[in-house]
Each structure stands twice: as C-alpha cells, then as structure tokens.
Design a protein around this ligand. Structure first.
Ligand code: NAD
Length: 489
C-alpha cells in the first residue's frame, strides 16, 4: 500500500471511570470502523447505565468531598498545563489515530485535529490565570460585597465525532480549570482518541473520581443528561438532539450550554478576487471534508460577477484530490460513516430535484474509488436561498452558490437562515466588510478567512445554533457559578 494505513489499535478491555481503568459492567463491544477501508480498526467496551451511575457517583464524591474544587486556581492551572506537555510529543500518533477512526485527510489531522489540542490547553490555562476568581465591590447601599466564581459542579460533556480531540479539550480543560468533575461522553465512531486522552489523563495524578470518559451511544448520552447527579450539561452536536437535551435540562432546571449546527454564509463583496475566494472556500467550506459545524456552505456572490466566481470555484473544487486520507495530497477524505455518506448523497440528489444545477460533482461515487464512504465534492449553481440545500445542514463537501444584489441584499440573505454559528466576508475593503459583518446575526465571523478558532475569543451560536459560549473567559464562566457575600457597613 502506498501510504501508512491505519495505526495498529489493540482492543481496549477496560473503561476509564473516575480516573482508573476498570472492568466494564456489561459485555457489549463498540467496533470502530475505518471510513476508508470499511474494516474494523479498534474495539472498546460498550458502557452501560451502571457504568454511567458509577462515573457520576464518583464525580459527585470528587466534587462534594475531594480536593480539586477547593484548590487554589493556580494549583489547578499548573496541573492542567502538564496535560499540554503530554500531548505535544505525541501529535503525529494522534493525527494518525484520528485519520484512522474518522477519515480526516492526514494534512488536516496534523494541522488541526492533532496540533490544536496542546495549543488550546495552554491558551485556556492563560485565560484561567487572568480570570477574576474573586473580587470585592463597594455595595450600592454601603458595606462591601465579595464576589466569587465557584465551580458549577459535576459536568456531563457530550461531543460528536467530527472534531473529537478538539471538542474534548474544549470542554474537559475549562471544566477542570474551573474546579469541576467531568463525565465525558464521546461518540462511538471516534472512541479511539477518547482512550488516547484517558491515557494522558491517567498519568496526571488527578484526584480519584474526577474524570470519566465513556464513549457510548445516544442512549448512554440520554441517560447521562438526565442523571440526577449531574449539575451542568455541556453539549455539542446537532440542533435536533440539542433541543432534546435542552428539554431534559429544562425540566430538571439543570444548567446547559448547547453548541449546535450551522448553515453559515460566505459573503463575497463585489470587489473581491475570485481566486482568493475560491482558495479560501476550500478551507471555509470544505475543511474536514465538509464535516465542520462552522462550514460556510452558502456562498453568496455578486450577481454582476456571478460567472467569474462560479468559474473560479468550479475549477478549484474540481481539482481537489479525493481519496485515501493517509495520502498527504488528499484534500477531501471519506465521510465518517455510511449513514453520513448516504445523507450527503441524498442532499445532492435533493438539490438536483429542487432545480439547482450541478457545476461540479453529483450524487454518484467519485471516479476510481470502489470502497470507503466517499462523496464527490459538489458545487451547485442556479440555486436560491430557500432551497433545502441552502437551508439545511448537509455536513459534507457540498457548496451552493447564490447570487446577491449588493451588500444589503447579501446581509439579508446571510441572515435568512434558522442558524447563526459562523460565516465570512470577502473584500479587500476591511471597513466595508466590517460593516457587513456587523449586520449579520452570527456568533462568529471572519474577514477574508474562514472562521479561525481562537481559544482566547468566545465561540458559539445564535438562533438555532446554540446557547452559551465556549473558549475565552466567557467559556470558563460557563463552568462557574457567580456567588456573593455582603458584609454589613
Ligand atoms: P448528534 O447530535 O447526532 O450527536 C452528538 C452527540 O450526542 C453524540 O455523542 C451522540 O451520541 C449524543 N446523543 C445523541 N442523542 C442524544 C440524546 N438524546 N441525549 C444525549 N446525547 C445524545 O450529532 P453528530 O451527527 O454526532 O454531529 C454532527 C453535528 O454536530 C452537526 O450538526 C454539527 O454542526 C454539530 N457540531 C456543532 C459544533 C459547535 O461547536 N457548534 C461543533 C461540532 C459539531
């Protein structure tokens, strides 16, 4: 075989509960399948409700009685920084693991999946070091008020498969810095990197009970979200599931933050360079083979230059190498699962039925590929914003080109979506692009770039893209309760 194939992954026999490797309570197994070869690449025990009970009760004890929430924040920060040190030397191993389990092109695994976690941990620790953990204010009626930021408690963190390490770190690290105990439930599709994290955590000397990692199915997720021992749910996933999680937390009055889906717009102004935009869209719209919540898959281009932008995008999308994710030349790998492949191909067929025109790609398999869950990178023209391909999250390498009639019209179209997670504006005139950005209801936007994640800045959605923020001081506050003690004058 021309490229290194899947890393050899032995079957894991234990679960990581309360910081220890323990026997699973059931005898079920989760098989992780390579989206490229469709062959098993690893096996982990399937957690049961009894395992969740055990994880939550240990977390409860660690939070209610253990040392972690009572340490000075600087002590927690010092321990968490050691985690970054443990990630860094193992980045290549991690890149290969993520490519093996979910098929991300190896160059993207190296530059994002594997590189970002270490950098993010350091940045989160810096944010925590500057955080106002306690402050004293003058009371409005005299006296003093001591304001404290205390950990929210036992956190249930639920993540999807598309950016598994990134999202693990995005929840686990701020929660630990805040002083919380954590039960993390990754997706079964990406159970292997979860074991990688567990291994690193087990070397850190964290107090007993503090962290459990249980890659289980949706039933385990549902059970964990409703568990009476949980104080806060931090959920990342689809909007449909997010609504269910919110409902469960609503009736229990449990704190919840939701990082959900998107259908973001790339707004191209009429002074933009078609080549710059086309190149930019290979990242903004197609990163991670299009399986990104922030993917900007509605490309709004000026009507009077529509042809130019369509041509530039068509030749760029057409030229993207599709195939073996371990080939460093590959830009678009397989979809994570057959279900996801069928979903994306279904949307492409739907777009054709709706009357959009295929400029590149289509619902057939890419030529020369006979196995693996691949789809053809696809570019639709002759589309309008009300079509399902322009309104629903496809989560694959599918771009839809929509004409606009100027900055105001482009802003209106960008906002004509139930989502508001990300987006970009493309123009050499930064002041003009900034004016357009301020008119768009979205949690994050980039100018002349895909939204580039910055762990110092708040990230999250508006409208159906979610509630709450991660990253930066705002993200840390999501794992804290603010309390006050007034001292009489
Ligand atoms: P999903 O909603 O199907 O699953 C996400 C996680 O929730 C998985 O771990 C799953 O097992 C679990 N789950 C499923 N049903 C549950 C329930 N009823 N209760 C509790 N947990 C449950 O999403 P997916 O298909 O795995 O991931 C893709 C979605 O995630 C896309 O919509 C994408 O936009 C979104 N996403 C959002 C962000 C963000 O930061 N906003 C980041 C990455 C992905």
């Amino acid at each position: 075989m021309p490229y290194p194939q899947e890393v050899a992954v032995p079957a894991h026999r234990h679960l990581f509960i309360g910081g220890e490797w323990v026997e699973p309570s059931g005898d079920g197994t989760i098989e992780v399948i390579s989206p490229h070869t469709e062959r098993p690449v690893g096996r982990v025990p399937e957690p049961t409700r009894a395992d969740v009970d055990r994880a939550v009760s240990l977390a409860r004890k660690a939070f209610d009685e253990g040392p972690w929430p009572r340490l000075d924040p600087s002590e927690r920060i010092a321990i968490v920084r050691q985690l970054a040190e443990r990630y860094r030397p193992r980045q290549e191993e991690l890149a290969q693991l993520v490519t093996t389990e979910m098929g991300a092109p190896i160059t993207f695994s190296r530059s994002a999946h594997a590189r970002l976690p270490g950098a993010m941990i350091g940045a989160f620790a810096d944010v925590a070091a500057r955080h106002p953990w306690q402050e004293t204010r003058a009371g409005a009626f005299g006296g003093e008020v001591a304001v404290r930021r205390s950990p929210v408690g036992v956190v249930a963190a639920i993540i999807p498969w598309n950016m598994p390490m990134f999202l693990t770190v995005a929840k686990l690290v701020p929660a630990l810095l805040a002083g919380c105990a954590v039960v993390l439930k990754p997706s079964p599709e990406t159970a292997l990197d979860a074991y990688f994290t567990a291994e690193l955590l087990s070397e850190l000397g964290l107090p007993p009970g503090l962290v459990s990692i249980l890659p289980g199915d949706r039933e385990i997720g549902r059970y964990l979200v409703s568990h009476p021992g949980v104080d806060k749910v931090s959920f990342t996933g689809s909007t449909a599931v997010g609504r269910k999680v919110a409902a469960a937390c609503g009736s229990a009055l449990r704190r919840v933050s939701l990082e959900l889906g998107g259908k973001s717009a790339a707004v191209v102004l009429d002074d933009a360079d078609p080549q710059v935009v086309a190149e930019g869209m290979t990242v903004a719209g197609l990163m991670n083979s299009g399986q990104a919540c922030v993917a900007q898959t509605r490309v709004l281009v000026p009507r009077n230059r529509y042809r130019e932008f369509a041509d530039a995008l068509a030749s760029t999308v057409e030229s993207l190498p599709v195939g073996d994710p371990f080939d460093p030349a590959t830009r678009v790998g397989p979809m994570v699962s057959q279900r996801q492949q069928q979903r994306v191909r279904g949307y492409i067929a739907q777009g054709v039925d709706e009357g959009a025109q295929l400029l590149v790609g289509g619902s057939g398999l890419p030529s020369g590929i006979y196995s693996g869950w691949y789809v053809r990178p696809t570019l639709f023209t002759n589309a309008h914003n009300a079509m399902r391909i322009a309104q629903e999250e496809i989560f694959g390498p599918v771009l839809t080109l929509i004409p606009h009639d100027g900055d105001e019209d482009a802003t209106r179209l960008a906002n004509a979506s139930e989502y508001g997670l990300s987006g970009s504006i493309w123009s050499p005139d930064i002041a003009r692009a900034t004016t357009v950005a301020h008119g768009i209801r979205s949690g994050t936007l980039g100018i002349n770039a895909a939204y580039s994640m910055d762990p110092a800045a708040p990230f999250g959605g508006v409208k159906a893209s979610g509630i709450g923020r991660e990253f930066g001081p705002e993200g840390l506050d999501g794992f804290l309760e603010t309390t006050s003690v007034s001292i009489a004058p």
